[in-house]
Design a protein around this ligand. Structure first.
Ligand code: NAP
Length: 284
């Protein structure tokens, strides 16, 4: 999966839309695809995230556009792809990466909490694929969804995200079959735990939890954003031309039988949803 050099010819560059492309894994994917010669469109809600992400992507010959978009809104997603068409006149790659998540036992999850995550992850992935389709089918192209292995194992502590990712995996496989005839490949990457600003704030909030997660990963560490981006670059590149409907785990082997990553595995106060963070025990 060697990085190809930035394009030096005058042919128009291929274009990739990355949802949630201003932060975390989405931004690492943007850097990787830019290095492969793509012009980029970063789409998410917060203009500050988009501006910071775009500012870090300073390649002299590659264009980067930002389009504030809430992927839950069909109108906003349609407007995004209208703008892509007006600006570039083509679309080659869609990376469906936007997501929201937080830790909550299923019995405490509110209908609004459920809807928020399922709305971003499942509805958002469908809407983006749906409205990218007319552009992608013009010359053929590729979609990669960023999912998670708990979409087919189990996601204790994040039932909303697990259910939504399972839906995105079904979406990926179904679209792979339906759209193959249009020259559109549809695959997914399932990252294991990766530290980003977002996940440090929402998920990896406890040192004991981080240690126990690492113990369940055969390769013995968290992944890096660049390792996830490398897998995406492969799945949209010519080396994977015969791959569609695949879900590629990039997780150090975490999903292979070490049990689900239990984000609720912390001592809790009786009658409270709040975890109690205890200092590590001293060895005597
Ligand atoms: P992150 O930095 O929090 O990324 C989430 C992105 O989604 C943000 O850029 C956010 O931007 C965007 N977003 C949220 N709601 C949106 C909405 N309604 N419309 C449009 N964009 C929205 O976290 P990350 O770790 O990089 O996650 C990236 C992807 O990897 C996600 O699909 C996540 O499920 C997956 N993943 C991550 C890990 C990990 O350990 N990091 C593991 C497995 C899977 P705005 O706030 O600007 O909207």
């Amino acid at each position: 999966m060697a990085s190809s050099r930035p394009r030096r010819d005058r042919r128009p560059a291929p274009v990739a839309v990355i949802t949630g492309g201003g932060t975390g894994l989405g931004l690492a994917i943007a850097h990787r695809l830019q290095a492969d010669g793509y012009d980029l469109v970063l789409a998410s809600r917060d203009p500050a995230h988009l501006a910071a992400g775009a500012a870090s992507l300073s390649h002299p010959r590659r264009r980067v556009r930002t389009v504030p978009t809430d992927v839950r809104s069909p109108e906003a997603v349609q407007a995004l792809f209208r703008e892509v068409d007006a600006t570039f006149g083509r679309l080659d790659v869609l990376v469906g990466n936007a997501a929201g998540n937080f830790v909550c036992p299923a019995e405490d999850l509110t209908p609004n909490g459920w809807r928020a995550v399922v709305g971003i992850v499942l509805d958002g992935s469908f809407l983006c694929a749906r409205y990218a389709f007319p552009l992608l089918r013009r010359r053929g192209g590729s979609i990669v969804h960023i999912v998670a292995s708990y979409g087919w194992t189990a996601g204790p502590g994040t039932v909303h995200s697990a259910a939504a990712k399972a839906g995105v995996i079904a979406l990926t496989r179904t679209l792979a079959v339906e759209w193959a005839a249009h020259g559109i490949r549809v695959n997914a990457v399932a990252p294991g735990p990766v530290r980003t600003e977002g996940t440090d704030r929402q998920l990896w909030t406890d040192a004991g939890l981080v240690r126990s997660i690492i113990e369940g990963i055969p390769l013995g560490r968290f992944g890096t954003p660049e390792e996830i981006a490398e897998a995406v670059a492969f799945l949209v590149g010519p080396g994977s031309a015969y791959i569609t409907g695949a879900v590629l785990p990039v997780d150090g082997g975490q999903w292979l039988g070490h049990g689900p990553m239990d984000l609720l595995k912390r001592p809790r106060r009786r009658g409270s949803a709040e975890p109690v963070v205890r200092p590590p025990r001293r060895r005597t």
